[in-house]
Design a protein around this ligand. Structure first.
Ligand code: SAH
Ligand code: SF4
Ligand code: F3S
Length: 446
């Protein structure tokens, strides 16, 4: 059945920051076609579900959302539905079989083709594009960027690491780095559009490499140093890093690049060497801890963050105790922790030593109470101190703005005369596990 060409759109993002970035680029693509964001999210002509496949729960959300969109068969009056992102890549045409109301299935490297796919649907076809062409999309997306005070910039896509539990190498394809000049140009466009902070993104962001404009090979630290020289940019961050790509150069940058914020998100997953080996992480507990030591030696105030999986197949009480002891040794400023979720097609899903849900629940609870205690302790050390905060978005209360400290803490500020994009000095008056509150003392020099 043919459908009218959509004029309004809604994009719903799930999963990681890479999806947030992709969702922003899709919006720019739609805007360039003369479409507009729907005022009422429930009344858009096209709904894009930009999905995540990392854990079973994340993947299942998309099917309940498709159901909620309320079409039992493709009917005039219902929205056009596009499933994008990592579930699209992993499940492909299976999605249209399971959910016949879906019109478009488009993978994370193919969404620059959405305008053509929409045209196909309006002429009565169903459209599927799951090519993984690497970098094609970037050159075909609008060059002008919409941005807030803090912007994401994808520098690298894909993963070659093949951790045994993880779907990302299958959903995002092989590691590819965007070119130096494309990144410098996009960074300039973001700064022009008002960005004060840029967070460089990649599934393995520190695997980025490329030739600079003199033909010299650079790593992520070289790119960061070039961005540091751009006027108007105040802060640089990057995520997510893999321990094996944490070069001396990148660690050194934390010591001497002023705009590089004192924060390092470095997932470890487990504190047990036996489990790290079974996960194919190719770093050990010790080599990981040594990286953190080196980062702390060049930047003593650096805030550390990590990701953890509990209940990987074969994880014993002793293995889990190793994870808890690693957490206590590091003292994380924040962290993400998950129950292992078997993913179709990954080696770990076929291991015959799966751990029961009860044990996983218990371990997750123990781990999270340790992490929350550490996070609260880290935040409470800020009480009475003053730090710079980049104001990023309005808070729930009138006159309230929310921003980030250099250490990535959310800071709530009551500030009638301040605006988003300001960097202000804030005296911290209150601290909790998830955020800080403070009062502005003065505006930082522009
Ligand atoms: N590239 C990054 C993270 C990618 S996915 C890295 O290597 O660290 C984000 C996090 O999801 C991972 O760090 C891991 O903690 C978690 N994760 C990935 N696959 C998972 C699975 N099958 N079950 C539970 N958590 C998983
Ligand atoms: Fe997944 Fe491992 Fe690649 Fe991270 S490094 S994306 S956890 S396979
Ligand atoms: Fe999810 Fe894909 Fe990101 S699986 S975590 S959206 S790379």
């Amino acid at each position: 059945m043919s459908m009218d060409s959509p004029k309004t759109y809604t994009i719903k993002n799930y999963g990681c920051q890479m999806n947030v970035y992709d969702g922003e680029r899709m919006a720019e693509l739609f805007d360039a076609q003369g479409m507009t964001p729907a005022d009422d999210k429930n009344d858009a002509d096209i709904v894009v579900l930009n999905t995540c496949h990392i854990r079973e729960k994340a993947a299942e959300k998309v099917y309940s959302e498709i159901g909620r969109l309320g079409k039992t068969s493709r009917s005039p009056g219902g929205p056009m539905i596009a499933v994008a992102g990592c579930v699209a890549q992993a499940e492909g045409s299976e999605i249209s079989r399971r959910a016949p109301t879906v019109d478009i299935v488009v993978g994370p490297q193919a969404y620059h083709n959405l305008p053509q796919m929409i045209a196909d649907v309006t002429s009565g076809k169903r459209a599927v594009d799951l090519d993984l062409p690497g970098l094609d999309k970037f050159s075909q997306l609008p060059q002008k960027r919409k941005t807030g005070a803090s912007a994401f910039l994808t520098v690298q896509e894909g993963c070659d690491k093949f951790c045994t539990y993880c779907v990302v190498p299958y959903t995002r394809g092989a590691e590819v780095s965007r070119s130096w000049s494309a990144l410098i140009d996009e960074a300039k466009a973001l700064i022009e559009g008002g960005a004060k902070e840029i967070t460089l993104l990649g599934q393995n962001v520190n695997a980025w490499t490329g030739e600079d404009d003199t033909g010299t090979m650079q790593g992520l630290d070289g790119l960061i140093r070039a961005l540091d020289r751009l006027d108007g940019l105040k802060r640089i961050r990057y995520m997510t890093s893999h321990p094996n790509d944490m070069t001396e150069g990148l660690i050194a940058a934390h010591g001497d690049v002023e705009k590089l914020m004192p924060f390092l998100h470095l997932p470890v997953q487990s504190g047990s060497d036996r489990i790290l080996k079974a996960m194919n992480r190719s770093h050990s507990r010790d080599s990981y801890l040594k990286i953190l030591d080196r980062a702390r030696s060049v930047r003593p105030d650096i805030a550390l963050s990590g990701d953890f999986i509990v209940g990987f197949p074969g994880e014993s009480d002793a293995d889990f105790a190793d994870t808890l002891s690693l957490v206590r040794a590091v003292g994380y400023a924040q962290a993400f922790s998950f129950k292992y979720s078997p993913r179709p097609g990954t080696p770990a899903a076929d291991m015959d030593t799966q751990i029961s849900t009860d044990i996983m629940d218990d371990r997750l609870q123990q781990l999270q109470s340790q992490l929350v205690a550490d996070q609260s302790a880290f935040n409470s050390k800020m009480l009475g101190k003053t730090c710079e905060v980049l104001l990023e978005r309005p808070g729930k209360l009138g006159n309230q703005l929310i921003g980030k400290s250099p250490w990535m803490q959310s800071v709530h500020v009551l500030a009638p005369d301040l605006t988003i994009g300001d960097i202000v000095h804030v005296e911290i008056t209150d601290s909790g596990p998830l955020s800080l509150k403070g009062e502005p003392t003065m505006r930082a020099a522009a």
